[in-house]
Design a protein around this ligand. Structure first.
Ligand code: TYD
Length: 211
């Protein structure tokens, strides 16, 4: 798709359970793309807009019904798409986003047991025509991820406080989605060394003929 004569940007998302090491790799990829002359917007969910960051504070701290949680995730996402993601892609910029709708399927549907059709309905409402071009799934056992979260020394948020079986379900939901859409997803073994993961990410771009 093109807009005002220019190519539409690419939409790349990063997923995985808490403690998978996404942030470092997103930083590295953004840096790499910028060195190659690509304009990249780095953003995150829930968040990415002033209102979305306020919703993030509620989502990470306040107990709520799972339906409320899912609807607030999508409310933040609606703002994010309208204010940040769509304008950037339309202007030919790439968007590197820390989590997107796959996270709602993994955490709220897989982790908390939200009925999948409710998530389907919200997705169809909020972004019927938009999907990531590429999604990196950082996969690792919940024990390893929990050890990394603990090592940061930061107070765990409402999700990070969940038990191991919650993260087992989130991980399984992510893997199931990745296996269903192998063209969009690239599964990364997040237990590997940082530079090996960075190399796998760069190789994925090269396979697609991207910068
Ligand atoms: P994240 O930014 O990865 O947390 P951190 O800043 O600690 O690295 O994500 C925030 C949390 O929100 C994470 O635990 C997963 C959760 N989440 C959902 O449950 N559903 C969603 O749709 C999204 C986008 C995030």
């Amino acid at each position: 798709m093109t807009t005002s004569g220019g190519a539409r940007g690419r939409f790349i998302t990063f997923e995985g359970i808490d403690g998978a090491g996404k942030s470092t790799q997103i930083d590295a990829l953004v840096e790499l793309l910028r060195r190659r002359g690509v304009e990249v917007v780095r953003t995150r969910e829930p968040g990415g807009t002033a209102l979305g960051e306020k919703l993030r504070q509620l989502l990470l701290n306040d107990a709520m019904h799972v339906d409320t949680e899912a609807m607030l995730m999508f409310a933040a996402r609606r703002e994010h798409i309208a204010q940040v993601i769509e304008p950037a892609l339309a202007a030919g910029k790439w968007v590197a986003c820390d989590r997107f709708t796959d996270a709602t399927y993994a955490y709220q549907v897989g982790g908390r047991g939200l009925e999948p059709k409710r998530c389907d309905a919200l997705e169809a409402w909020v972004h019927p025509g938009l999907q990531p071009d590429l999604t990196f799934l950082f996969d690792l056992p919940p024990e390893a991820a929990a050890a990394r979260v603990a090592a940061t020394g930061a107070a765990p948020d409402r999700f990070e406080q969940e038990r191991r079986d919650f993260f087992e379900r989130v991980r399984a939901a992510y893997l199931e989605r990745a296996h269903r859409e192998p063209g969009r997803f690239r599964i990364l073994d997040a237990t590997r060394a940082r530079d090996e993961i960075a190399a796998a990410i760069a190789a994925t771009l090269a396979e697609r003929g991207w910068p």
